[in-house]
Structures are given as C-alpha cells and as structure tokens.
Design a protein around this ligand. Structure first.
Ligand code: PMP
Length: 408
C-alpha cells in the first residue's frame, strides 16, 4: 500500500515562513506571506472586528450551531452587495451567492461547478505571473491551465497587447481568471481604459470572466474603487451580455480575518438565464454538502455585523484606510531610501506605482537568496515583497540590504 507516494517539497510560501520562524537573527524581516502587519510588525485585529466580536458575544441567543449549507444568509447577501454595488438591484437579482471557505474555497468551488456544468472550453487562463496557488487549484480539478501575458518585465508595466492577443487566440468560451484589484504578485492593475478593452475582447471572443477579489479596499483604501472592474463587467452597460460572470470573494485581508476563512462565491447570470438561479443554487449546495457539509459560522457572523451595522461599517472603512495608507507610506519610504539615500542602481519608482499588499521588486532569484542568507530579509524567489512587512523600524535596514545585493 502507498509505496509509490513521494514526499513533495514544502509549499514555497509556507516553507519560507518555516525558515523565517527558525531564523534566530533578532533583526530578521518577513516580507513573504501576504498578511498585514502594523507599524510594530504585529498582526492587527481591526477595531471594527474587535467591536463586532464584542457585540456578537452579547447578542441574545448567541450560539455555535451549524449554519445552513449555503452559509449565513445575512453575510452572503451583504457580501454580494459590497462586491456588486448594493444600489444596483438588477445585478443582485441576477446573482446566485453562497458562502465559501475564504477566497481559496471560493475558487475551488467555482472550479468544481464549472468543471461539472460549463459547456465551454476546458482551457482556463491565468495571468503570467499569478498567485502560485491558482495553478494547482484549477489543475487539480482537471482544467487545462494556460497563461496569458500580463507583466512586461522590461517596462515593468502591463503587456496589454499580449493580454488582448491571448484573449483573441484562446479557444472560444475559455475561462479567464482576472484579478479584480491589487494584482498578486505584481501590484499592477489595468487602468479603467485598459479594463474596458479587456472586457470588450472577453465579450467579442465569448470567454467567461472569473474574478478573484482577495483585496477589495486594500488597494486604494476604497471599497468602491477596488470593485471597479467587477462593476464594469456586471453593470447594464457591460459589453459582456451572454456569459455568466463568476466572482470569488475573500474577507481574509480586508477584514484581517485570515484564519477564520470568510468568503463567498457569486455567479452573476445574463438576463436570459435568471430562471436557472434555483437550479444553480441547489447544485452549488450539493457540492458544498459533499465537500464541507456547511461553512464555518463565526467569522461570517462577525463580518455580517460589520457590513450591516452603520457604525461598524464606518469603522471598517476607516480601518481599511489605515492599512492602505500605511502600506502606501512604506512604498514611498522604501523608494526614497533606495533612490535618494543609497542611490541604488536602477529605477525604483515602480515600488510606489504598484498597488495593494505586494511589490514586484524586480530583484532576481540570486538577489533574493542573498537577502535571506546575508541579511535575514525574506521574500519569495520571484522578487515579490509583501510591503505590509515593512515598518518604520525596519525599512531602512531593508533598503540597505537591497542596495547591497543589487550593487555587489
Ligand atoms: N487570491 C489571491 C490573488 C490571493 O492573493 C489570495 C491570498 N493570498 C487568495 C486568493 C486566497 O486567500 P484566502 O483563501 O486566504 O481568502
């Protein structure tokens, strides 16, 4: 039995976390995993979350009973409103939503659902590069995973022509995974004009958009700005008229609820398919029942309170700005140190131009290895740095270390 099982190398990101934990250097810096840290380098429980938790514990009849298969209804409907624009009743009426195990569970459920019911192509396109887990989530379900050009390394900008070309050449009705905002790992998002060209092309070649929204509110500090692409794709004026649109939504980052696994899957249907909503919901429920029986309740109840209660919601929007602004200020500090103080060879403006949790620094594998070995500064081998790991106490040291590995 089992004799052919081979041990796999550690997951690159969680392997990095393990090496970091073992490192005994007191001035080590973790720029690996995409989790927000405050200016003391500590995880941050958002004030909105603290207040919601306190309120939840005092709610009469509070308990830990099972949720229904599709999740906690107040959470699911509020989550749909926040990602789709709650004022747009037409879109909400065309949408089927269920609760999922955070963003990853949503992607997986979307994959299982499409695999079973989508009559289009089996090809699923990911941006090059993309979040490392995308590949294995969809390959493990049996998709033919391909990639579309996204990041132009020479210009450190979007390869829009390559992207549009890939859309034109893909088999019709392919699935395209699109990062809704704060692209991971490059921190580079299409502009509004570029999004409109991308969506036009998606419509022309009849592909299915699968939005991954893991950073709403994190990129700009505004929930409305960060759902721009999703609104453009789902509103009445969208060029996409005949294909369903799928949205995988995570509250891990924007609520700092990483380990509580709070997420949702939304399937927005074109007008002529609205009657299928009950059938689609019942099939999603069947998959959920087989996979997890029903989703976790605690985090969904906390997030529902934040989304529903005016005062908590206001607190949350402020918390989002605290996180987004601290990250933006660290980008500026790092760029300024490299450019002005150390006069590090190269142009470092991209650190400021990029958005969200990450900066695609342009440091190569060898430089990243030396940063870890010689300086105790940890980032993934692609050169992606989690800017949230920088703070006033370590940014200078990180800049000095980057300068050293770039120069020598
Ligand atoms: N998509 C992207 C692009 C991500 O960066 C992440 C988290 N790193 C996820 C999805 C999933 O996150 P979670 O499952 O924790 O919600």
């Amino acid at each position: 039995y089992f004799t052919e099982i081979q041990e796999l190398p550690p997951d690159p990101l969680f392997g990095l976390k393990a090496r970091y934990s073992k490192d005994t250097r007191t001035d080590k810096v973790d720029l690996g995993i995409g989790a927000y840290r405050d200016n003391n380098g500590k995880p941050w429980v958002l004030p909105a979350v603290q207040q919601a938790e306190a309120k939840l514990a005092k709610t009469p009849g509070y308990n830990h009973e099972y949720l229904g298969i599709a999740g906690y209804e107040p959470f699911v409907s509020s989550a749909a409103k926040i990602i789709l624009n709650g004022d747009n009743k037409d879109v909400l009426e065309r949408t089927v939503s269920v609760q999922t195990l955070s963003g990853t569970g949503s992607l997986h459920l979307a994959g299982l659902f499409l695999k079973k019911f989508y009559k289009g192509s089996n090809a699923l396109y990911l941006s090059l590069p993309t979040w490392a887990n995308h590949n294995q989530v969809f390959a493990s379900i049996g998709f033919d995973v391909k990639s579309y050009p996204y990041w132009d390394n020479d210009t450190k900008s979007l390869d829009l022509n390559g992207f549009l070309n890939a859309i034109a050449l893909a088999p019709p009705k392919s699935v395209f995974l699109l990062h809704a905002c704060a692209h991971n790992p490059t921190g580079l998002d299409p502009t509004k004009e570029e999004w409109s060209k991308i969506l036009e092309a998606m419509s022309k070649y009849d592909h299915l958009p699968l939005f991954d929204s893991a950073y709403q509110g994190f990129a700009s500090g505004s929930l409305e700005n960060d759902r721009f692409a999703i609104e453009a794709a789902t509103s009445a004026s969208s060029p996409i008229k005949s294909s369903p649109i799928i949205i995988c939504q995570s509250f891990a980052k924007n609520c700092g609820m990483y380990g509580e696994r709070v997420g949702a899957l939304h399937i927005v249907l074109p007008k002529d398919l609205v009657d299928l909503k009950p059938a689609i919901k019942s099939q999603l429920n069947k998959i959920i029942r087989c996979e997890i029986s029903n989703p976790p309740a605690y985090g969904a109840k906390v997030v529902a309170l934040i989304l529903e209660d005016k005062a908590l919601y206001k607190q949350w929007t402020e918390d989002l700005q605290v996180m987004a602004n601290r990250i933006k200020s660290m980008r500026v500090k790092l760029r300024d140190l490299l450019t002005n103080k150390y006069k590090t060879p190269g142009n470092w403006d991209h650190i400021v131009d990029q958005t969200g949790m990450f900066s695609f620094t342009g440091l190569n594998k060898d430089m990243v290895e030396r940063l870890e070995r010689n300086h105790g500064v940890y980032l993934v081998s692609s050169g992606r740095a989690s800017v949230a790991g920088l703070n006033d106490s370590n940014v200078e040291r990180v800049a000095q270390a980057i300068d050293e590995v770039v120069r020598f």
